[in-house]
Design a protein around this ligand. Structure first.
Ligand code: SAH
Length: 427
């Protein structure tokens, strides 16, 4: 008999973590994974347990007076209508087999992901985008989620070779203060934004105390969810930020190829980056990761492994962007990543990871303004608006010619794709 798995959904992330701890203590193996589509909750996390331990888990949870919202069987997501009779003539057998796997909700092998990322057959490429679009609709719906990003400091202690704000680069530095940030936060709250992203370099000037106070203040004054994207911190720091009210964290692995990671991060440590991501998950953050497409020497196999990593780690938000050279960096003369390969990676990530948030990234829109629309038709479902004040935003130069995505770009993308803008947004 095949093993069955179940997904337990609790009221909130604190209770979910409590359950997770409780079950683990009793020797029950658990995993934190994206909540199933039928739960209807917005990109939450669920606890996955083996069916043999479901009854024991339930009684432990009731005994500890924790409320469960629901329990779902971890069913494979089935899709219909990907294969029609005519298709057999124009695609390979390998591709048909992969389509069958997509229809049956089965897991993919590395070589199948490589195939999807590299096929040049036009019919097959169309098939991949159509499948990704369908899965996007069924898992996260027909709405473009909108996020407001405040890039609140471009000071950074790191030396990432690709990044324009790395500590070695001679650029104009800025650091917003609390008052300036709160002004933007209140505006975003007023126009109905549900989630804000606070992003910065790894800035000593915004130490943990200061950041924690900011998070608390935002939580007191607004009802918005907070995504932090402030780089590597200690377990204790992540814990304090979570306690203060941070909901989500975006820390891209950038590449899962250790050698490549070390090449592009002269002062980075691959194991630490991995550990940070695991800590964030353990602490109950909605966990964001992602990669860069077109790093020197990166192979299709590397990208396939990135996608498998996102799946295995139960990552909830996956930012996939092309590399874009940044002036003054060691990589300033390296050509930018390929737009089509980035779009394909987005589509295959949607097919493999199913219910996750995938932004149509600013980097993609910076290389080609139509690419933002194409990404939304290829499995992406989120747009990040640059909400950094006018006087600072051109100084947050992580790469050249950044496209300052605003609400008009989101309206345009919605009109072009037929995917709605969220009703909560007052624009
Ligand atoms: N300091 C934070 C935020 C980094 S900026 C952190 O370390 O997480 C956010 C993302 O921008 C990075 O994760 C990286 O993937 C992307 N980025 C930076 N420079 C880039 C470049 N030149 N081309 C493409 N993406 C880049």
């Amino acid at each position: 008999m095949k093993e069955k798995f179940y997904l337990i959904l609790a009221q909130n992330s604190a209770q979910m973590l409590l359950i997770n701890k409780l079950l683990k203590k009793e020797g029950i193996q658990t995993d934190l994974v994206p909540a199933p589509p039928e739960s209807g909750t917005v990109c939450a996390v669920a606890i996955k347990v083996n069916g043999d331990y479901l009854e024991k888990s339930k009684s432990l949870i009731t005994k500890n007076k924790i409320e469960i919202i629901n329990i779902y069987e971890d069913k494979k997501m089935k899709l219909q209508g990907l294969i029609d009779k005519k298709l057999g003539l124009s695609v390979t057998k390998t591709f048909l087999n992969i389509l069958k796997k997509i229809e049956n909700g089965e897991n993919f092998l590395e070589e199948e992901i490589i195939y999807l990322l590299s096929t040049k057959n036009k019919k097959e490429i169309d098939g991949i985008y159509a499948a990704a679009d369908k899965i996007r609709k069924e898992t996260v719906g027909n709405v473009i989620e909108i996020r407001g990003a405040i890039e609140f400091s471009n000071y950074c202690r790191k030396k990432c070779k690709y990044c324009g704000i790395n500590s070695q680069n001679k650029i104009k530095r800025y650091r917003m203060n609390e008052k300036e940030i709160m002004e933007v936060v209140k505006y975003l709250d007023k126009i109905g934004m549900r989630t804000i992203i606070l992003q910065s370099g790894e800035d000593y000037g915004w130490g943990i105390r200061r950041l924690t106070e900011l998070v608390k203040n935002i939580k007191e004054k607004t009802r918005m969810r907070i995504t932090l994207s402030v780089g590597e911190k200690s377990f204790k720091d992540y814990k304090n930020l979570k306690k203060a009210g941070a909901d989500n964290f975006l820390l891209k692995i950038e590449t899962t190829n250790r050698k490549l990671f070390e090449l592009i991060h002269p002062d980075g440590n691959f194991d630490l980056r991995l550990k940070c991501s695991k800590w964030l998950k353990e602490l109950g953050y909605i966990n964001g990761s992602g990669n860069i497409i077109g790093i020197p020497d990166q192979t299709i196999q590397d990208i396939a492994n990135d996608i498998l990593y996102f799946k295995e780690m139960g990552i909830n938000m996956i930012g996939i962007g092309p590399f874009i050279p940044a002036r003054g960096t060691p990589f300033e003369n390296i050509p930018h990543g390929d737009v089509n390969l980035t779009l394909r990676t987005i589509a295959v990530t949607r097919i493999v990871c199913k219910k996750v948030y995938i932004p149509s990234t600013t980097a993609l829109a910076s290389l080609d303004k139509h690419a933002q629309v194409q990404a939304l038709k290829a499995g992406a479902n989120t747009i990040m608006l640059i909400s950094t004040p006018e006087k600072y935003k051109s100084d947050y130069k992580i790469y050249n010619n950044k496209n300052m995505i605003d609400i008009d770009a989101a309206i345009y993308a919605s009109e072009k794709t037929g995917i709605q803008l969220p009703a909560y947004l007052k624009v």
